[in-house]
Design a protein around this ligand. Structure first.
Ligand code: F6R
Length: 607
């Protein structure tokens, strides 16, 4: 989704902003722009399309040491040069960039129109430039503050004014914003990836905080003009973690990285002797954890499917009634919060607005919320009562893969802890750990056979529709497999419990609609086999993801991919990998933009 960067210092601002925007590309965008000031001259360049297109129109010798830049993901107004950010006011002296959505922009625009402000774009964001102009009386911070006080919706805003050399003003509400502190230069951005090349020292801005900075200093205050002392944090992601290395795509790299990322999620969190997990960040005592009567897990997209796997596991192993709910629904549903219910929000980015708002709504009602997130310091992680970082490392490809695996790993540990505090015995805990610690080796075995999945992708990628079918703990994995294929290969795919097909989807079965069955050797094996036979009887073609040594399946399936054997509760770690690879190779075969699929954004910070 939209990305923001601002810079003031002694280096060439245009080049620095352009490379910062490049680092934000992974978030997904459709246009980009920069505004750089040199000798009171606002130099504005913006273009629809990739950053390379913008770079081509920015003169190499463009002078200026401070400015702002933006990647836009269109919400209001078409994708074109005019709607790209930055936006300027009528005087051409103020430039702003905005992430988020201004919900009351129509009424604000009406008012500004009646005051003869001239709008040139169709965006909601342009009202910010004109409002700032209308409030400006020589102090940019005051003008931005007054503007922010009128805005409804979500925003991360950067503003500059040509008469205030070297000053950038930033304010946020619901959209992330961080300050990067370097030697005699200052950066401000929507996420750490844009500043990582220049500094490790960052400050996370909170909602309703406003920062004014120049190359040497920054001041943070709240809307009541009270100064705020901010903590400087050190970011730990290494630069090579965000590079592709020898892989052609981030998605493939990240699928392969699961073998290293899962051990990272487990590292230092296992008490082998007690056969349990040690999770320091929960901020809940064992007594509090023991008093949990129910759990609700909330999330969106892939994180939601990870949540569904865990709901299954928590009920099976910890015997805690657990439900899941899409965060976009939960936040508006006025949920009944009962004492004894623990809420868990799962989010790779930690910035998904639906999940963040669900967390806030739950907290307003007094509920304890734990966050399972990847990005250290992200809003959801900071605002939650406690949580577990999944430590998957930066996930750059828009389609989530290794984060799913690490969300599972972190929550499997949480389940182990909750189960060991209840009904799980020491030997059972030991066995659980044995299986969990073996998962990354087993994923490695699957990855060693990736070429088989590549062949399957070549064979089937021309199909227009797919069914992904699984049961029990693998049902959410089927949903995830369908989502991956839709996202990166733009092929229509439906995920179902295989038991459900007879209630409707079986009508879709024909030789042109392949079904991918997840059929590991678990207690539902024979049930799934029956569904496969129903599909075969209707001439449907079948790809089976089955377990090594399964000989029965070859009589029914057209193609088979075998995964290593594990205990039945651990199959989601393994069944998902061939599905991720299948989506990747289909996308490759169909020449899709694997890492940046059309219309999608990595961090969904608007509703
Ligand atoms: C799918 C995908 C999305 C995200 C969803 C939630 O590949 O990446 O469905 O899972 O937008 O994002 P987070 O986990 O950042 O809250």
């Amino acid at each position: 989704m939209c990305g923001i960067i601002g810079y003031c210092g002694s280096r060439n601002a245009a080049q620095l902003l352009l490379s910062g925007l490049k680092q934000l590309e992974y978030r997904g965008y459709d246009s980009a722009g920069i505004a750089v000031v040199h000798k009171s001259n606002l130099q504005l360049y913006k273009k629809a399309g990739k950053i390379e297109i913008l770079r081509a129109i920015v003169p190499d010798i463009l002078e200026g040491h401070w400015g702002i830049g933006h990647t836009r993901w269109a919400s209001h107004g078409k994708v074109n040069d005019i709607n790209a950010h930055p936006h300027t006011d009528c005087t051409g002296k103020i430039a702003i960039c905005h992430n988020g959505i201004i919900e009351n922009y129509t009424s604000l625009k009406k008012r500004l129109d009646s005051e003869n402000h001239r709008f040139i774009s169709q965006t909601d964001s342009e009202v910010i430039a004109h409002l700032t102009e209308s409030f400006y009386e020589g102090n940019l911070v005051t003008a931005v503050k007054s503007t922010a006080s009128l805005l409804e919706g979500t925003y991360g805003i950067l503003a500059i004014h040509v008469d205030h050399p070297n000053q950038i003003v930033g304010v946020r509400n619901g959209s992330p914003m961080i300050i990067g502190l370097a030697d005699k230069e200052m950066l401000i951005a929507s996420d750490v990836s844009a500043v990582r090349a220049h500094t490790k020292q960052v400050i996370y801005l909170e909602d309703s905080e406003i920062v004014s900075m120049n190359s040497n200093a920054y001041e943070v205050s709240n809307m009541r003009n009270q100064p705020i002392n901010k903590k400087i944090e050190v970011i730990s992601w290494k630069l090579q973690e965000v590079e592709k290395g020898s892989y052609p795509h981030y998605m493939l790299k990240e699928i392969h990285e699961q073998t290293e990322s899962i051990p990272r999620a487990l590292s230092g969190r296992i008490d082998e002797q007690q056969a349990t997990a040690v999770l320091g960040g929960l901020n809940m005592s064992d007594t509090e954890l023991l008093s949990v009567k129910r759990i609700t897990i909330t999330a969106a997209g892939t994180s939601f499917y990870a949540a569904r796997v865990i709901a299954y596991l928590l009920e099976t192993l910890a015997r805690i009634p657990t439900t899941t709910e899409l965060s976009s629904e939960l936040r508006y549903r006025n949920p009944v919060v009962e004492q004894g219910t623990l809420y868990i929000a799962v989010s790779q980015s930690g910035e998904t607005i639906d999940t963040l708002m669900a967390v806030r709504e739950l907290q307003r009602k007094g509920a304890p919320v734990l966050a399972i997130s990847n990005v250290v310091g992200a809003s959801i992680a900071r605002e939650a009562h406690g949580g577990i970082y999944i430590h998957s490392g930066p996930e750059i490809a828009v389609a989530s893969t290794k984060a799913f695996a690490n969300q599972l790993a972190a929550m499997y540990l949480f389940t182990l802890k909750m189960a060991r505090m209840r009904h799980m015995t020491w030997p059972e805990g030991k066995k659980f750990l044995k299986h969990l610690l073996n998962i990354s080796n087993q994923i490695e075995e699957i990855l060693n056979n990736a070429d088989k999945i590549e062949q399957l992708a070549r064979k089937y990628c021309k199909a227009k529709n797919f069914l992904f079918l699984g049961r029990g703990i693998n049902f959410p994995v089927a949903l995830e497999g369908a989502l991956k294929l839709k996202e990166v290969a733009y092929i229509h795919a439906e995920g179902y419990s295989s038991a459900e097909i007879k209630h409707g989807p079986i009508a879709l079965i024909n030789p042109q609609t392949p079904s991918i069955f997840l059929v590991p050797d678990d207690y539902l094996y024979n049930k799934i086999l029956s569904s496969m036979k129903e599909v075969k009887a209707r001439n449907g073609s079948i790809i089976a993801i089955s377990t090594e040594g399964d000989t029965q399946i070859s009589h029914i399936a057209d193609d088979i991919f075998q995964i290593p054997k594990t205990e039945q509760n651990f199959y989601p770690f393994l069944t998902v990998v061939p599905l991720q690879l299948f989506a990747y190779y289909c996308a490759l075969e169909l020449k899709c933009d694997v890492d940046r699929p059309r219309n999608l954004a990595k961090s969904v910070t608007v509703e």
